[in-house]
Design a protein. Structure first.
Length: 336
């Protein structure tokens, strides 16, 4: 018996009866020889961490576009916070922590530069539409490794696709990530907004904080405990009605006072115009796309619109700005 088989045996003996066991995975699109050390989900987690799209998250906006200062969240730090919350819940419920972590680390790989504002403009100008959760799946199935994709298990891809609010993950591990994503962004976005002096903790509605807690630390602790206490021993991941209603209410308040506020959105129009101009440029001159995206079109794996979206969505904020300047901003003439 090798190490992987020993781990699979341990999972069967120890994990929750409702957990997704590694040995029972529906598998990958392309069959592979199993690793002698890592389970299928451990392997998926490692592939995500080592892929290029994961590294680019460090330079992609969470809420505040190109913030000055080291302490504002980026898409990468958001992803790590989601992973930490999800793993804590999964471990406490004796769910499959490796599957949970893989889904959490991969859930935002398809996010555009400049956060949801970038996603919104691509969805508007692309006739085929654009959504980051579908793009995240596209990244791991096709775009990574020069068009080969990461060949992840079905369960990880399902969790990535269904992490959105309206999603319905097939595994409880995916359901954990779906809630952990909301817990993470609501609370760390409050923290960032307070840092940006948009409001102070005391400005948050008492009708929500009286239930959730009066600090980021309290809210995280209370929300995580609530999920664990209400889901323990059950074939579902749920919150108490009062806690869920308070979290949803605070989320709605955040949309009004933070996500649509003029402070984080001050440069949004410029960012969206920049993305729109890049999209138009590459639609008019597809030969200027990098070779890997032209190959997608040649092999019939992407229409021109989709290939252009693939390229732009993969850009970091800083790279999008550099490409825009190279294409549209005149350079000063210098005598030789």
């Amino acid at each position: 018996m090798n190490i992987r088989e020993s781990t699979e045996q341990w999972e069967e003996a120890y994990l929750n009866p409702y957990a997704a066991l590694s040995k029972n995975s529906k598998g990958r699109e392309r069959d592979e020889e199993p690793c002698d050390i890592r389970t299928a989900y451990q392997r998926d987690r490692d592939r995500i961490i080592h892929c290029k799209a994961f590294r680019r998250l460090k330079h992609k906006t969470q809420v505040f576009l190109a913030p000055e200062g080291d302490h504002y969240r980026t898409r990468l730090t958001h992803t790590l916070e989601v992973s930490q919350i999800a793993r804590t819940i999964a471990k406490s419920l004796r769910m499959n922590e490796d599957l949970t972590e893989a889904i959490a680390l991969g859930h935002d790989l398809g996010h555009t530069p400049f956060g949801h504002s970038g996603e919104a403009v691509l969805n508007k100008i692309c006739s085929q539409g654009f959504a980051h959760y579908r793009q995240s799946v596209r990244v791991v199935e096709i775009l990574e490794k020069g068009g080969q994709g990461l060949n992840l298990t079905w369960e990880v891809r399902d969790g990535i696709l269904n992490h959105r609010t309206s999603g319905h993950p097939a595994t409880l591990e995916g359901a954990i990530v779906r809630l952990s994503d909301k817990i993470a962004y609501i609370n760390h976005d409050i923290d960032d907004a307070i840092r940006a002096k948009m409001f102070v903790e005391e400005d948050l509605p008492e009708c929500y904080t009286g239930i959730l807690g009066h600090s980021v630390r309290e809210r995280l602790n209370n929300l995580i405990h609530d999920i664990i206490n209400n889901s323990y021993g059950k074939n579902e991941i749920i919150m108490s009605p009062d806690m869920e209603a308070a979290m949803q209410g605070l989320r709605t308040w955040m949309f009004r006072h933070v996500y649509k506020n003029e402070i984080p959105k001050a440069e949004e129009g410029k960012a969206q115009n920049m993305i729109a101009m890049l999209f138009t440029y590459y639609m008019e001159q597809p030969d200027k796309l990098p070779q890997e995206y032209r190959l997608l079109m040649e092999k019939g794996e992407a229409s021109q619109e989709r290939a252009v979206c693939d390229y732009i969505a993969g850009m970091s904020d800083s790279y999008a700005i550099v490409r825009f300047e190279q294409l549209f901003v005149p350079k000063a003439w210098k005598a030789i």
